[in-house]
Design a protein around this ligand. Structure first.
Ligand SMILES: [Zn+2]
Length: 325
């Protein structure tokens, strides 16, 4: 596996190591991330954090059997109040999946930097999984702790799927020839699969006494110490890569598993897309009564709504919205 330039575009690629109960994905965000940050005019610290959450959203969405939409919302009590992202699979499956995101923050504070904890203070990390028509959305909530954003996502997988998961995410900036800030996001996700399958193979191999099968089975059962060894190696190397602003996560992966064969799966593309529409706004506003809508009507006699994700502006006559009660 070599670092390909295409990874600087918008793609996510699953992989697996032969003989090991470990799977993972590598994600790269280029143009789509820059399209998203240009929808807004956020301080760089907030744009970069939004980029990290977007990388995390893509990795998480691709690792579950997503049929419709995965949303992440991080709520804080600090100057930065909210980071919200969505990964959405269009109803027409031939269309490219869409990502979008926005932030809410106090505009009085000019400089946003440091950890997510510094910016958001106390808060929580919510993952909302919506599998579309006929299903009730699942909401998983974990506290935002000092260990950071990634740790909250790791907790989500441990609580909802009992899967040990690790993420490494890097978002770095550069200035292009026109003086515009360009962001690139890279992320690596590893998941340790349950050892049940491995135990069965080992049991079978022991009965038969086949040496080669035993070796294979032993490999499939990943001991805690091996998993710790692999993840602490990646922690160390990834933090070096992050501090040096080098995003060669595929190289790190090959180093961590140097004696194993790697199987990679087809990489999937996605792009920025909002998917908001007048119909969806009408649907959202159907919760308001005529009385509520009266108080929301402006001097021009219209009820207005702005999409937080893409800035689209919608205007309606109050008679088109709400219900009678
Ligand atoms: Zn929109």
């Amino acid at each position: 596996m070599t670092e390909k330039n295409s990874w600087l575009t918008n793609s996510v690629m699953p992989f697996q190591f032969e003989g090991l109960p470990i799977r993972g994905r590598i994600c790269s965000l280029g143009q789509s991330l820059n399209k998203i940050i240009r929808q807004h005019d956020y301080p760089i610290g907030i744009s970069k954090l939004l980029g990290e959450v977007l990388v995390l959203t893509v990795l998480m969405a691709d690792s579950i059997k997503l049929k419709y939409k995965l949303s992440i919302q991080i709520h804080g009590k600090g100057d930065l109040k909210l980071i919200a992202t969505d990964y959405c699979i269009p109803l027409n499956r031939s269309e490219t999946p869409m990502i979008r995101g926005y932030a809410k923050f106090s505009s009085i504070k000019i400089d946003y930097s440091g950890s997510v904890q510094d910016m958001m203070g106390e808060g929580y990390f919510a993952t909302i999984l919506d599998q579309g028509e006929g299903s009730i959305p699942y909401k998983g909530i974990t506290n935002l702790d000092k260990k950071g954003l990634v740790h909250s996502a790791e907790e989500f997988f441990l609580n909802s799927e009992q899967l040990e998961t690790r993420f490494w995410i890097l978002v770095h900036e550069k200035i292009d020839a026109e003086g515009k800030t360009l962001l690139t996001g890279i992320g690596l996700m590893l998941q340790r699969l349950p050892n049940i399958e491995g135990s069965k193979i080992l049991e079978h191999a022991e009965k038969k006494g086949t040496r080669a099968v035993q070796d294979l089975a032993a490999d499939r059962i990943l001991s805690n110490s091996n998993w710790e060894k692999i993840t602490s190696f990646l922690n160390e190397e990834a933090s070096k890569a992050i501090s040096q602003k080098k995003g060669n996560f595929s190289g790190l992966l090959l180093k961590a598993f140097s004696d194993k064969d790697l199987r990679v799966f087809v990489e999937k593309k996605f792009d920025f897309g909002c998917g908001c529409s007048p119909d969806k706004v009408v649907q959202t506003m159907s919760i308001y009564s005529r009385k509520d809508l009266h108080t929301m009507t402006n001097k021009m006699g219209k009820v207005t709504a702005d999409c937080q994700f893409c800035g689209a502006h919608y205007e309606f006559n109050p008679s088109e919205l709400g219900h009678d009660n």
